[in-house]
Every structure is written in C-alpha cells, then in structure tokens.
Design a protein around this ligand. Structure first.
Ligand code: NAD
Length: 467
C-alpha cells in the first residue's frame, strides 16, 4: 500500500508545506540490498572508562571492515586504543577539521558505568556529535544486563541507559534508530549477529529497543548466507508479512516451506516458486498441524526454523464481540502456536540450534480499542516466548518480533483516520514495510544468533503506543 503523505512530503511543494506547518516529515529509510556491506559510512566508537566489552565490539567492527573513528576524549583513551589494536582494528583519530564530518553510526561501550555520576560519560561522548549523524543512522549503546551488575548502584546505572537510548531515538529524527544491547556475563563472544543487524539497514524500522544477549555456544557462519543448508517453515506465507519473511529467509540461504490455508493455495504456490521453496497447505489450528510440519521438513533434512507468522484480527469492542470471534483469534494467534511448539519440542521436531520465532504485536504490549481478543493473543505470545525460553535445550532458541504499523492488507483495512494516526505516531513518522519485520526475523533465525533467547523486539519505528 502506498503512503500518499510520504510521497507528498518528498515533492518540492510538500517539503515547503510540511516545513511551514511543522508536520511530520518522513524520510525514505535506507533498506538492505543483497550484496551491500553491513554499513556504508563511518562509525564513531567510544567507551566509558573500565568498560570490558570494547575488544569484542572492536572485533565485530574489524570483521565488517568498518571505517572507525575514536570518539570524544577517546583519542587519548588508552583502553579504547589498546582494545582496538588487540584485534587489529585501525581506530582513526578525530581531528579538529572533522567537526563537520558525518557518522553513520555512533557506538558506545557503557559496560564500565557503575554509578549515577559515571552516566555523564554518555553526555561526554554523544553531546559533541549529536548533530553529526547521517540520515538512517544508528546510535548503539552496549551495557551489561542490570541483574548481573555487582552493586545496586551499578545495576541502577545500567538500567538508566534505557532512558537515554529511548530519548535519543525520539530526538534525533531523520530515520536515526537508537538501541540498547545488554550483554550477559561472559556473553561478549555472542554479540556479533546483533551488532551486524543493528548497524545495517536491515534494522531500518527497529528503534528504541532493548536487546539482551546471553552466553551461548558460538557457531561459525557465512555472513553472506547465514541460513545456508537450513530448512524453515513460515506460516501465513502467501501474502503480507509472511511472504516477505519467506523471501528474506530464502535470500539468506534457507529452503523455505511456505504454509498457508488451502484457500490461499494459488498465492502460496506463487511465493514458493519465486523463492525455490515448497508448499504446505494446512490450517495451523488442525490437531495434527505439528505432525504435518515435522513431516514436511523431514524431506529437507529436518526443521531448523519455524516462524509462527499466521494471524488474524476480528476487531470488535468487548461489548459487541461474539464468542466465536474471541475463540477464533485466540486459537489461531496463540493456542495453535503453543500446540505446534509442544509437538515439535516433545517429538524431536526441531534440529539442534533450531529457532522458534513468534509474531506478537504492539497491541499485545499496549492493548488496543476493539482488540481485546487480538491483544490477549499477542500478549500471550510474549508470555509463550518468555516462559518457553529457559526450558529449551540443544541450542534451540525462541524469540518474538512485535510489529507496529506495517503496510499490509491487514492495516489497509483499518479506517482512514486511525490508519493515518498509526502511521505517524512513531519516531520514523511512517509505517514499516513487511521486509522490516522479515529482516528482524532473519536476524533471530541466523545460525549465529545462539545468544538470543527470550527476546521480544518491536519493529515499530519506536511507536508511541506501549512505549
Ligand atoms: P495477512 O492477513 O496479510 O496475512 C496473514 C496470513 O496468515 C494469511 O495469508 C492467512 O491466510 C494466514 N492464516 C490465517 N489463519 C491461518 C491458519 N489458521 N492457518 C494457516 N494460515 C493462516 O496479515 P499480515 O499483516 O501479513 O500479518 C502477519 C502477522 O503479523 C500476523 O500474525 C499479524 O497479527 C502480525 N502483525 C501484523 C501487523 C501489521 O501491521 N500488518 C502488526 C502487528 C502484528
């Protein structure tokens, strides 16, 4: 669906009107094209004193061949220089004349911050360059998971980072996204897939998020084809977000089994043909859905990834809602996911290092008028992820995305005024595209994302709803 306001905003007259009336001005977000480097543009890198993640971050920046500068006060910060040098990262010094230079990303290791006073390191690093970030740029702060901090003051200071990142996401505009990554104890070797995702245009519509990286086995991966040799099932793959997920997982190397209801057979076959995948027509609420999914994947070496994308809305205020509308939505959006997961996990239906990825919604976080059934189902999905994560074995992980306003047939059906509000009430002043959700799912699905378990990442342009 086209966003006519955004098209208007790009025209000369539109720019004039929008500037003079102070209206939101959505920019065209950079999005990933196959073959592109992770990041195009310079990175400014800094660290609070005594931060211990600097070498691991430097390693990732070196692996992606980033053009990296040392941030304010960091040029003579020996710790940063030494950590970078230890992994062969060439850290360029910022000269006086570089004041006007523009950075694609600002990356700050805040793991050394241990009390409120030391939070000033954020100000010292970001303040001088707050106007020097390019459009569709990134602000990434990396801290330690507050629960793992050694004192109340340190835990408090680490938790405080969230306020900084979420404010910057709202303040910087121009399609700039801000994220916080919490790294668990000894999980520094598990941060690469997260940093690559956040630095790249794959995360165009993800902002204001807190991602937690846990310690897990590290796995070698071909970053150009991180899903090579993997088999994925995507439910609801015949259109909308599911279709985009199928395309992105196939682009990343997976064989994708496209699943949808029999009524969608023609579209399902079209999608499967486009990506060299296969077709499974199935209603996921069927009692034997788990069994059928396992059997379909068995012919492809077993199942590595299941994406529970199929979902429906049946909006009515609670007073007007018929019981069958309640039952239908809960059954498809939540109960079917639970049943399929139970079957797969109890019947060796997922390969080692397998991935379960669920699709929640910001309605499940914020609630929504006319969506008691839908919000219950999508909040339930978050519960499913949270409570399943610690029970998993064999390197299997479970995570969820929670899309905000995404341009699909589902959102095209929303009345105009509500649709327009949904599109604009976020830091990007626009709706996201199905590919934005798909890229986030591919990040969770990546063979390298072993340290991501129990996360819920919103793909909502930092929507004000439920923020
Ligand atoms: P969509 O209606 O375009 O596609 C959903 C697909 O799921 C359809 O192809 C449909 O046939 C399939 N499906 C429905 N019931 C099924 C069943 N019982 N068995 C198998 N397949 C079934 O929706 P979309 O906008 O692409 O949404 C995809 C997912 O993203 C849903 O879970 C939705 O709740 C979620 N979501 C969407 C948005 C948005 O803005 N579009 C926002 C938040 C969350």
């Amino acid at each position: 669906m086209t966003d006519q306001y955004q098209t208007f905003a790009k025209s000369p007259i539109g720019k004039f009107v929008i500037k003079n009336l102070g209206l939101p001005s959505p920019i065209e977000l950079n999005r990933f094209q196959a073959g592109q480097p992770v990041i195009q543009g310079a990175v400014l890198f800094g660290a609070a004193p005594n931060s211990h993640l600097t070498a691991s971050i430097s390693q990732v920046l070196s692996n992606i061949h980033a053009d990296v500068y040392a941030g304010n006060h960091a040029g003579d910060n020996n710790e940063l220089q030494q950590a970078a040098a230890s992994v062969g990262l060439n850290l360029r010094a910022l000269n006086q004349g570089d004041k006007e230079s523009r950075f694609k990303a600002l990356v700050f290791d805040a793991s050394g911050i241990e009390n409120a006073e030391q939070l000033k390191a954020l100000y010292d690093f970001f303040h001088p360059v707050a106007r020097q970030i390019q459009t569709s740029g990134r602000v990434i702060v990396i801290g330690i998971s507050p629960e793992t901090a050694k004192s109340v003051a340190a835990a408090t200071a680490q938790r405080a980072l969230e306020g900084f990142v979420k404010s910057v996401g709202k303040e910087f505009k121009k399609g700039i996204a801000a994220e916080l990554v919490y790294v668990d104890q000894d999980a520094q070797d598990n941060i690469e897939s997260t940093l690559r995702f956040l630095l790249s245009p794959r995360s165009a519509y993800v902002s204001g998020q807190v991602i937690r990286v846990s310690k897990a086995k590290t796995v070698e991966v071909d970053w150009a084809q991180p899903l090579a040799g993997k088999t994925a099932v995507v439910t609801g793959a015949s259109r909308g977000i599911g279709e985009a997920i199928a395309h992105v997982l196939a682009r990343d190397g997976a064989h994708v089994i496209c699943l949808d209801v029999p009524q969608q057979q023609a579209d399902l076959e079209r999608v499967a043909n486009e990506i060299g995948g296969s077709v499974l027509t199935l209603d996921i609420t069927a009692n034997d859905a788990g069994e059928k999914i396992k059997a379909a994947a068995a012919t492809q070496g077993g199942l590595d990834i299941i994406v529970h994308n199929a979902g429906v809305t049946r909006d009515k205020t609670l007073a007007n809602m018929k019981p069958e509308l309640w039952d239908l939505v809960i059954n498809i959006n939540l109960a079917a996911n639970e049943r399929v997961n139970d079957y797969l996990l109890n019947n060796a239906g997922l390969n080692e290092n397998g991935r379960i990825i669920c699709v929640s919604s910001i309605s499940g976080i914020a609630g929504n008028l006319g969506q008691t059934n839908y919000a219950v189902s999508k909040a339930g999905v978050i519960g499913l992820v949270k409570f399943t994560a610690p029970t998993l074995k064999n390197g299997i992980t479970i995570n969820a995305v929670a899309p905000g306003f995404i341009e699909t047939q589902m959102t095209a059906a929303i009345p105009f005024a509500i649709r327009e509000a949904g599109r604009r009430m976020n830091s990007m002043s626009q709706g996201g595209l199905p590919v934005d959700v798909a890229e986030t799912i591919a990040y969770f699905a990546s063979t390298a994302s072993t340290g991501l378990n129990g996360n819920v990442v919103r793909v909502c342009g930092q929507s004000l709803l439920g923020a």
